[in-house]
Design a protein around this ligand. Structure first.
Ligand SMILES: Nc1ncnc2c1ncn2[C@@H]1O[C@H](COP(=O)(O)OP(=O)(O)OP(=O)(O)O)[C@@H](O)[C@H]1O
Ligand SMILES: [Mg+2]
Length: 224
């Protein structure tokens, strides 16, 4: 069976005092392996919740989240934690690098935490080369531009060879041109490494790079 992500009638409600917020209101989705998927939708429509459910950070109230044939929504916590650690790479709007670690150490930490320490530093260095930062491996985040920091974060997400990469507004904190360069870099990695990317973005230029565009509104998704 082809590796893919299937969501079936996924619901997630947050209770805020008296009010129920339906962050995901019956989402059905199929995402084939290796696709570059862009998720568009207004603020509060459920984009981050959708990524969190696919990434095993939020558990849905009901429905299935089937990753390569297995329903992670039914996993016990220990298996879910292994899934989060080994199978999912994250890229965030504000990069979330550790300021006291160099670029190389930030990337290597991802392998260290996954317990995958063989040739850790060499592999981290290799991934920083892939994202064009060969000469900046010993720089600290504060010494790097926003675009360079996001390249480090991309290397950090990919070095552990996850099956799925989830990016929550990865260009939201970059200028237009840098944002487009970063988006194109992710698109290239997606094609080259045949990894599934799910990218939340407000930028229509990024959706022009997508294989699939998913729109979300009030917790309901629409394709196209
Ligand atoms: N942990 C939580 N507790 C309470 N409400 C939450 C929680 N997480 C999300 N929500 C609510 O669920 C809805 C969807 O939130 P979500 O963060 O998924 O939206 P979003 O599309 O990512 O928005 P944005 O573009 O502003 O990041 C919002 O109304 C939000 O306030
Ligand atoms: Mg969000």
């Amino acid at each position: 069976m082809a590796e893919r992500i299937v969501l079936k009638d996924v619901k997630k409600t947050f209770k805020m005092g008296e009010v129920d917020i339906k962050a995901l209101d019956g989402v059905d989705l199929v995402i084939d392996r290796g696709k570059f998927v862009v998720v568009l939708g207004p603020s509060g429509s459920g984009k981050t919740t959708l990524l969190n459910v696919i990434g095993g950070i939020d558990t849905p109230d009901s429905g299935s989240v089937i990753i390569d044939g297995e329903d992670i929504a039914a996993y016990p916590e220990s298996r879910l934690s292994a899934y989060r650690r080994d199978s999912v790479g994250w890229i965030f709007q504000f990069f979330n690098l550790i300021p006291s670690l160099t670029a190389l150490e930030n990337v290597a930490l991802s392998l260290d935490m996954a317990g995958d320490r063989k040739d850790m530093m060499e592999r981290a260095r290799e991934y920083l080369e892939h994202v064009g930062l060969k000469d900046r491996v010993d720089s600290f985040p504060s010494q790097l531009s926003g675009g360079e920091q996001q390249r480090v974060a991309i290397a950090r997400a990919l070095v552990k060879r996850p099956r799925i990469v989830l990016a929550d507004e990865p260009t939201g904190n970059l200028d237009q041109e840098t944002g487009m360069t970063i988006a194109s870099l992710m698109r290239d990695i997606c094609s080259r490494e045949k990894k599934t990317f799910i990218v939340v973005s407000h930028d229509p230029k990024i959706s022009s790079l997508a294989d699939v565009v998913i729109r979300i509104r009030d917790g309901k998704t629409y394709e196209g």
